[in-house]
Design a protein around this ligand. Structure first.
Ligand code: URA
Length: 213
């Protein structure tokens, strides 16, 4: 991931303060995403869905693609899955300034079917968002998000609920919250994995932004 921000100077550190120019880089990127017509999803979406949350997040949750509600409202995870996700985030004690939420695909795919070709076109947006946000932890939600941020990971059911070191960012995969809505069995697995995420994050608090897991 390339970093669009200044890499030197007294205020340009990893968690450093951001000047107005820097903030405008984020806004320019968000505008670019909103106006994107690089793939066929641009013609069928109501609006592109960019991001919600802190601009200095410790943790970024990565979903797959906007659904009907997100397409209508213009914010990620605002439907049923989003409510499940927000409840989990609150349960592990993250507050607004700690986290952000985005998707691999910025536009809703027809029939909510993840579109790998559109994801390849969309990929630079995700990379630029993450380079700007610089979270220390990424939480891919579901198999498509996992494959996007960590192509070498095994199947989601095998790796969800445990941290995976990967360069300067740690990855902690979870099932997609929609899975938790499907059956009691998946709901229990979701809750267990979310608790594991909470404990692991708490254990890292003493050495915030450490890269080891
Ligand atoms: N599912 C996702 O993966 N992302 C959303 O924003 C909503 C539902």
């Amino acid at each position: 991931m390339r970093d669009a921000r200044p890499s030197s100077g007294p205020k340009a550190g990893r968690r450093g303060w951001r000047d107005r120019t820097d903030r405008s880089t984020w806004e320019t990127l968000s505008e670019e995403i909103r106006g994107c017509q690089r793939c066929p999803l641009g013609a069928t979406r109501t609006q592109a869905v960019v991001y919600r949350g802190s601009l200095r997040p410790r943790v970024v949750f990565v979903g797959e693609a906007p659904g009907a509600e997100e397409d209508r409202v213009g914010r990620p995870f605002v439907g049923r899955s989003g409510r499940r996700l927000d409840a989990a985030i609150a349960r592990i004690g993250l507050v607004e300034s700690d986290f952000g939420v985005l998707n691999v695909l910025k536009c809703r795919p027809p029939k909510n079917r993840f579109d790998p070709s559109a994801a390849r076109t969309c990929r630079p947006y995700l990379d630029r968002q993450l380079a700007w946000l610089r979270p220390s932890v990424l939480v891919p939600l579901g198999r498509h998000a996992l494959r996007t941020v960590d192509p070498e990971a095994g199947p989601i059911l095998e790796v969800a609920g445990r941290p995976r070191p990967r360069g300067s960012v740690a990855i902690f995969p979870l099932l997609h919250p929609a899975a938790a809505l499907r059956s009691r069995r998946w709901a229990e697995r979701w809750e267990r994995d979310v608790s594991a995420l909470g404990s692991w994050l708490a254990s890292r608090t003493k050495t915030p932004y450490a890269t080891e897991v």
